[in-house]
Design a protein around this ligand. Sequence first.
Ligand SMILES: [Zn+2]
Length: 273
Amino acid sequence: MTKPTLFDTHTHLNVNKFKGDRQEVTERARLMGVSGFAVVGFDYPTIDQALKMATDNQDMVAIIGWHPTEAHTFDRQAQAYLEANLTNDRVVALGETGLDYYWKTAPKEDQEEAFRRQLAMARDHQLPVVVHNRDATADCYRILKEERVGDFGGIMHSFSEGSEWAQKFLDLGMRLSFSGTVSYQNAQDIQAACQLTPDNCLLIETDAPYLAPHPKRGLRNETGFVYYVASAVAKLRATSLDDLAQLTYNNACQLFNLQATKQGLIRNDKRTH
Ligand SMILES: [Zn+2]
């Protein structure tokens, strides 16, 4: 049996929940067929760790940004820090940024301002943006539209809305990335959104350590479990696991401007999207 070729476009292998066994979790993922890891940092310590992992491991790349729940701390210094690291060639996207109205840690106005400033930075650097949305879909959509996100593109990460919103975000030029939530039994809305997503706009992720997919629901999620996300998505789209894995792997490389080589994931010279 050959291993599938999986790209987990959103993992937090960099957080403390993996402090004790990061290497083992990484090895397990590789054994499950993961050959692309996008490690997402969202504050000072997690950005540092994401950059370190992407530098040390050729199958890893970093995505860096300021999380909406931390928007009130996105000051000049944080922005300058982000700005300075966006030119690192292991950094393939800006995020996660966006809006989160569930955890009320940062006021909505601060979130919107931090989101818009980061969208402007993504535009300047011609990097795709990775968007976190929790209970804030209409505002996310409005801001992405006003900031003309289609010029530089991006990902609605862990997409968990239905068909109507899926179509609207796709029309803005966003890709949709599905996580464990698509595999849950009562997730008909998300599953319908997954079915209507065009091949070239489809991505998969774990969002580990959160949102473990069926049949691992309730456990600490880990990157290797992207295998189960891929299985669920393949079934929904009536395709094979291998084809689905290869398709989403290629889509990730295209969006992140990467080439898969024997030495691992290497940045293309010029952005082609
Ligand atoms: Zn995340």
